[in-house]
Design a protein around this ligand. Structure first.
Ligand SMILES: [Zn+2]
Length: 272
């Protein structure tokens, strides 16, 4: 295994303790030290930089009574296997994924804040040869190297998995569709709001479908009933106090009635 300091670019000056390193893991490879690839530093997008700095710089001032914004101390990127190591564009992709984690960690953490809870202060991103897309386990995000070859623009799934690391809900706290719905809600409402959610089929879809369907439902609830609904939902999940009553408590309508009202908005659009 070899480790490299990946970046100490100006964007990270606001968080000087941050270390990003790239751990290259390969099995049985003949690569010599001189053959090790150089790691490109991802380009900084002005928009993201400004947003991040605002959130980070003001976190303490705006909320003196709350805990400090979490300090993400280490982001490690691991590329497993010589095949993946040589995959075209993998280092650039890995660097962008690392930057995404650095930029959005404090933003997601604030959105999913709850008393006395601090999310883990390090994240590892692992690129692996495997089926599927990605999953998270503990403080790691494991990504299929094959998937990003086919879907090189799919950074939204990194955002989704990052939410799971920050969620870190206790076992048996509430239904999985809430956990997945919140992860996609954060992705679609706060990471890539410009990407439209797919229309649901009002006769078939249900809030328990998870992912984008549930995320769209939560976004609609926040727009029409309670702008901080997901924040409250997150607290209930983290503190193991979740029950379906939380929907009625914050909207005046039962979960099923609320869903039917949401589904009706698609029925009405269809009739036009
Ligand atoms: Zn998920």
């Amino acid at each position: 295994m070899a480790k490299y300091n990946l970046m100490r670019t100006p964007i990270f000056l606001w968080q000087p303790v941050l270390l990003i390193c790239l751990a290259l893991v390969w099995r049985g490879t003949q690569l010599q030290a001189d053959d090790e690839p150089t790691i490109p530093i991802p380009q900084t997008e002005e928009k993201l930089t400004d947003d991040t700095q605002t959130v980070d710089a003001n976190a303490d001032e705006k909320q003196p009574e709350g805990r400090k914004a979490v300090e993400l101390e280490k982001v490690t990127v691991v590329i497993e296997g010589s095949d993946i190591l040589r995959q075209e564009g993998i280092h650039e992709w890995a660097g962008k994924a690392g930057k995404l984690v650095v930029d959005y960690y404090p933003i997601f953490d604030k959105l999913l804040e709850s008393d006395g809870y601090e999310p883990p202060n390090e994240v590892t991103i692992i690129f692996r040869k495997m089926d599927g897309v990605a999953f998270s386990t503990g403080t790691s995000i494991v990504i299929s190297a094959d998937w990003i070859k086919r879907m090189p623009d799919d950074f939204g799934m990194v955002a989704h998995e990052l939410v799971h690391i920050i969620q870190s809900y206790p076992r048996r706290t509430g239904p999985g569709w809430i956990t997945e719905g919140i992860a996609d809600y954060i992705r679609h409402a706060h990471y890539e709001p410009e990407v439209p959610l797919p229309r649901i089929n009002p006769d078939r879809a249900k809030y328990t479908d998870s992912y984008k369907t549930t995320a769209g439902f939560f976004i609609w609830i926040e727009k029409n009933y309670d702008a901080e609904f997901v924040k409250k939902l997150n607290i209930a999940m983290r503190e193991r106090t979740y029950s379906d009553d939380i929907f009625e408590k914050h909207s005046g309508k039962s979960l099923d009635d609320l869903w039917n009202e949401y589904a009706d908005t698609f029925r009405r659009n269809r009739e036009r």
